[in-house]
Design a protein around this ligand. Structure first.
Ligand SMILES: [Zn+2]
Length: 242
């Protein structure tokens, strides 16, 4: 029953988020993300929800450093985050981390003493970068941190089992340290990096990117470009005129 309530909550948040984001409607992207997401989810514990993966421009989360993974399997990936992936394992690492959050939503999180009970949906996967929308009681900071590290550890194992290079989790988090907009964001990602060092394993063989990821990423990058015409350096065009 608790599970049904969580799924209903996830569905409602997903409905709200759909209204605040611009979804990328593209069959190649949809089918690739869906396939990778399900492949990674199959390596994680627990029953599978009916996944619904969406790639979108997410102005509600300006930092766009974290996918929104809602209970019930509704996952929103910031297009910019996927567009920034350098290879297929990094792309999969972002997907794996989000899927892991959904798995973790089903596990109980102890409330710190004296704190009010808050919905699990608020822990990890959404609030981490959308702080302006919902505030989390301060006592939950440690639980949030633990959720990020647990999600990374689950993602690591699933990537390895599915044939991706798990070290891509580390390189994709490193990218977020480098591109963090605030000290708080940088600090959060640095703590993830520190925990990831304990997971480093022997080098796995280099992997060739698939045709599918190349097509999907190219499509996502075109979409990101179309969302932000102001970023296409109009000053350069103007500079050429007499
Ligand atoms: Zn996370």
């Amino acid at each position: 029953m608790a599970r049904a309530r969580q799924t209903a909550m996830g569905r409602e948040y997903a409905r709200q988020l759909r209204g605040e984001t611009v979804a990328l409607e593209n069959e190649a992207v949809r089918s690739y993300v869906d396939r990778v997401g399900r492949m990674l989810a199959a390596q994680m514990p627990g029953p599978q929800p009916s996944w619904e993966f969406t790639v979108a421009e997410m102005p509600a989360c300006p930092a766009a450093q974290e996918p929104a993974a809602l209970p019930g399997g509704f996952v929103f990936f910031p297009a910019r985050l996927l567009a920034a992936s350098r290879n297929e394992s990094e792309f999969a690492a972002v997907v794996a981390h989000a899927v892991a959050h959904e798995v973790l939503h089903r596990m109980p999180v102890a409330a710190p003493e004296g704190s009010p009970a808050i919905p699990l949906v608020m822990l990890g996967g959404w609030t981490s970068d959308c702080r302006g929308r919902q505030s989390v009681p301060i006592g939950f900071a440690a639980a949030l941190k633990k959720q990020e590290q647990d999600a990374d550890a689950l993602a690591w194992k699933a990537l390895e089992a599915a044939g991706f290079d798990p070290r891509a989790v580390t390189s994709s988090v490193q990218r977020r340290v480098d591109s963090a907009a605030t000290d708080a964001q940088r600090g959060e990602q640095e703590e993830r990096l520190a925990a990831l060092r304990a997971l480093e394993t022997a080098a796995s063989p280099a992997r060739q990117d698939s045709v599918e990821v190349e097509a999907a990423r190219a499509e996502i990058r075109r979409f990101v470009e179309a969302q932000s015409p102001a970023r296409r350096a109009p000053s350069l065009v103007r500079a050429k005129q007499p």
